[in-house]
Design a protein around this ligand. Structure first.
Ligand code: SAM
Length: 382
C-alpha cells in the first residue's frame, strides 16, 4: 500500500494541532510504523481497531448483500417463534442446509442472529429490530437500485451517462414537468415512503404535538400517511396534502379508506410551478427539502411562508448533517444516494436555518426528536 502512497508533506506553517495531525498521518501511512504499531503492546489494540475499521469499510458491500439475502429469505420471520435447527429451517426456506448455515454464521457475525447450540440459531438484537420494522426491510430491497448505480462510483461522480436506476425511480427529481408523472411512475416510491414514514411521523408528532392547530398543510405529503397519523391523534384537526397530481390521488384513496375524507383534502400540483393552497396554520415539509437543489428549496420555503396564515408555523423534518463534521448517514449514505438520484443534498441545521430566515421565517428552532438519524426537526414562525 505504502509503495504507491503519495508522499504527504507537512504544511510550511499552521497551528501545532495541524502540524501534529500531519505528523500522525505521515506516521500511519508508513508501512514500517504500521508493522511496529501492530506488534507493540501499547499500540497493538489501536492498530487492530483501525485495521478492523478499514476492513469493515472494504467489506461493507458484502455485509449489505448478506442482509439482502437475510431479508429476502425472511429469515427473521422464520425465527420469530424462537431458535430453530438449521435442517428444519432449510426445509422451510427450500435452501440447501450448508448454504443456509453459511448465511446464518454470516448473519450471526453481523449481529442479526445468534448461535444457540450445535446447528441451532435464533434471532439476535439486530434481526429482532428488523422484525418490528417493515419500512427497513422495504428500504433494503429498494437498495438494489442504488447498488446498481454505485457499481462504478467514479463514473457516478463524473456525471456518468444514461439514466440511472434511482433517477428513474424518483421520476420527479429530474423531470421537466413533474406534474405529468403517471400513476405508474409514482406508485413504487409512494409505497416505499408510506412504509417508512410511520416512525418519522411518530417522532415528529411526539416532539411537536399539533394541539391547538386548526389546519395542517403537508407539502410533498405523499400518499397521506403522515397526515392520517396527525388526524388520528388530533380529532379537531383538518388537513390538506399538497403533492403531484397522481400522488395526491393516492392520498385521496387513503383518506377515503380510513374514513378521513371529511377532514382531509388533497391538492394535486407541482410545488415548483403552482401556488400552494392558502390558510393553513401549520405546514409540514417531511423528507422533502433534501430532494431538491438550493434554489428550488429557497423558492419553496418562500411559497410555504406566503401560504401560511398569520401566526402560522412550519415544521421541517428530515435527515440533517453536521456542518463541521461530516457523518455517515447524511454525508456518506444520503450524499451518494442523492447523487444517484440526480438532485438534492442533505443540509446542516445551520444551512436550513439560514434558508428559512432568508425565506422570511423567524424564530427558527431545533426541537429534539427521538431518533435524529431518521429525522431532525426545525420549527419556524411566519
Ligand atoms: C421523499 S418523498 C416524501 C413523502 C412524505 N413527505 C414522506 O415523508 O413520506 C417526497 C415527496 O415530494 C413530492 N414532490 C416532489 N417534487 C414535487 C413537486 N414538484 N411538486 C409536488 N410534490 C412533489 C413527491 O411526489 C413525494 O411524494
Amino acid at each position: 500500500m505504502a509503495d504507491h502512497a503519495t508522499p504527504i508533506h507537512p504544511p510550511a506553517s499552521g497551528s501545532w494541532r495541524d502540524r501534529w495531525q500531519n505528523f500522525r498521518i505521515r506516521l500511519i501511512a508508513d508501512p514500517t510504523f504500521q508493522r511496529f504499531a501492530a506488534g507493540f503492546p501499547p499500540t497493538r489494540w489501536i492498530a487492530r481497531r483501525k485495521g478492523r475499521a478499514l476492513f469493515d469499510l472494504c467489506a461493507g458491500f458484502v455485509y449489505s448483500q448478506i442482509l439482502v439475502a437475510f431479508v429476502r429469505l425472511r429469515v427473521a420471520e422464520h425465527l420469530a417463534g424462537g431458535p430453530r435447527p438449521v435442517a428444519a429451517l432449510a426445509r422451510d426456506l427450500s435452501l440447501d442446509a450448508d448454504a443456509l448455515e453459511r448465511l446464518l454464521r454470516a448473519s450471526t457475525a453481523l449481529g442479526l442472529t445468534r448461535r444457540c447450540g450445535e446447528g441451532v440459531y435464533g434471532l439476535a438484537d439486530l434481526g429482532a429490530a428488523l422484525l418490528g420494522n417493515a419500512g427497513v426491510a422495504e428500504m433494503i430491497e429498494h437498495h438494489a437500485a442504488l447498488y446498481a448505480d454505485l457499481a462504478d462510483p467514479t463514473a457516478l461522480l463524473r456525471g456518468g451517462s444514461g439514466e440511472r436506476a434511482l433517477e428513474h425511480y424518483w421520476g420527479y427529481a429530474t423531470a421537466e414537468a413533474a406534474s405529468g408523472l403517471s400513476g405508474d411512475r409514482v406508485a413504487a416510491y409512494s409505497e416505499l415512503m408510506a412504509a417508512s414514514v410511520p416512525m418519522v411521523a411518530e417522532d415528529v408528532l411526539d416532539a411537536h404535538p399539533l394541539d391547538g392547530r386548526r389546519l395542517l398543510m403537508d407539502v410533498g405529503g405523499g400518499s397521506g400517511r403522515f397526515v392520517a397519523a396527525a388526524l388520528h391523534r388530533h380529532p379537531g384537526l383538518h388537513a390538506v396534502v399538497a403533492d403531484l397530481p397522481s400522488v395526491a390521488e393516492l392520498a385521496r384513496d387513503r383518506f377515503a379508506a380510513e374514513g378521513l375524507e371529511g377532514r382531509a383534502q388533497v391538492a394535486g400540483l407541482d410545488f415548483h410551478r403552482d401556488p400552494l393552497p392558502v390558510g393553513a396554520d401549520v405546514a409540514t415539509l417531511i423528507r422533502v427539502c433534501f430532494d431538491h437543489d438550493d434554489a428550488r428549496v429557497a423558492r419553496l420555503l418562500g411559497q410555504v411562508r406566503a401560504a401560511l396564515a398569520p401566526g402560522g408555523r412550519l415544521l421541517l423534518a428530515e435527515v440533517m448533517t453536521d456542518a463541521e463534521r461530516p457523518e455517515p448517514i447524511g454525508d456518506a449514505y444520503f450524499g451518494f444516494y442523492l447523487l444517484a438520484m440526480g438532485r438534492g443534498r442533505c443540509r446542516s441545521v445551520e444551512k436550513l436555518r439560514d434558508m428559512l430566515r432568508k425565506a422570511g421565517f423567524r424564530a427558527v428552532r431545533e426541537v429534539p426528536t427521538r431518533r435524529p438519524m431518521l429525522a431532525r426537526l426545525l420549527t419556524a414562525e411566519v
